[in-house]
Design a protein around this ligand. Structure first.
Ligand code: NDP
Ligand SMILES: C[C@H](O)[C@@H]1OC(=O)[C@H](O)[C@@H]1O
Length: 255
């Protein structure tokens, strides 16, 4: 056999921030690839609608309506909903941004962004790993950003948290490799979602994005979901600690 499977047949994948944008695209792609999913976000009607959409396709979808900052509540709901079922993939996708200039950043803004993007991602990864370790197998995928690798005009605190996810990915990959757990990250450039909707309406802003993007276009959500499927599949079993920038070439653009 020279081609491991890119499918996710009968795996169980947990996606935080699963009801919109990148998280929803990943959840749908995982279900299409054969996985059952656990969907986590704060809006129940959105969760129920996505659960219905996925279950019509024949896969099972569990829902947890919680803020990722309440990660202990998420962990206890997981145990109630899936019992001891093996979690094969955990995607830390939920993330927020408050785009303040550095001179204007408030402590409250910093605590909010760090709480969602960094602290919750760590403790949810820790909870996932405690379950995965029992099976000597698992894949953790952290959704970072090109903003964690290069300086963007979209907020220093957001950048700090996204950079932290890249380093967290390396450290956890190093510590948990012996348990058969792969830990990787995805670093998106701009994709059309609610988070970026207002920015992408501004023609001048989009022109600035494209000027720095060798492929000269904004990404398509399915192109990012494909990377998430690859990192969840057996085809990536020897990849760990890496950040794959899905960025149209932006992070390699010099001059
Ligand atoms: N779009 C882009 O261009 C880029 C995005 N990213 C990253 O990708 C990830 C997803 O972004 P994107 O899809 O654009 O974001 P969206 O704002 O479009 O969607 C965010 C999703 O997360 C949920 N969510 C938000 N806050 C919380 C919370 N505290 N607890 C639980 N769920 C939450 C939302 O549902 P609800 O509000 O109902 O809870 C929604 O389902 C983020 O980590 C972001 O930083 C990185 C680079 C570029
Ligand atoms: C590419 C960035 O991550 C992008 O910039 C923003 O302002 C949004 O918050 C996106 O995450």
């Amino acid at each position: 056999m020279y081609l491991p499977s890119f499918k996710l047949e009968d795996k169980l994948a947990v996606i935080t921030g699963a009801t919109k944008g990148i998280g929803k695209a990943i959840a749908l792609a995982y279900a299409e690839s054969g996985a059952d999913v656990v969907l986590i976000s704060r809006t129940r009607h959105s969760l129920e609608a996505l659960k219905e959409e996925i279950e019509v396709s024949g896969r099972k979808a569990y829902i947890i309506c919680e803020d990722v900052k309440d990660y202990t509540a998420i962990i206890s709901q997981l145990d109630k909903q899936i019992g001891q079922r093996k979690i094969d993939v955990w995607v830390n996708n939920a993330g927020i941004n408050i785009r303040s200039e550095a001179l204007e950043v408030t402590e409250e803004e910093m605590d909010q962004i760090i709480g969602v993007n960094m602290k919750s991602s760590f403790f949810l990864a820790q909870a996932a790993a405690k379950r995965m370790k029992k099976h000597n197998q698992g894949k953790i995928i952290n959704i970072s950003s090109v903003g964690g690798h290069v300086a963007l005009r979209t907020g220093v605190v957001y950048a700090m948290t996204k950079s932290a996810l890249i380093q967290m990915t390396k450290n956890l990959a190093m510590e948990w490799g012996k348990y058969g757990i792969n830990v990787n990250a995805i670093g998106p450039w701009y994709f059309p979602t609610a988070l970026t909707e207002e920015l992408l309406k501004d023609e001048d802003y989009v022109a600035d994005i494209l000027a720095r993007t060798p492929l000269k276009r904004i990404g398509k959500l399915e192109e990012l979901a494909g990377t998430a499927v690859f990192l969840a599949s057996d085809a990536s079993n020897y990849i760990t600690g890496q950040t794959l920038f899905v960025d149209g070439g932006m992070t390699i653009y010099g001059f």
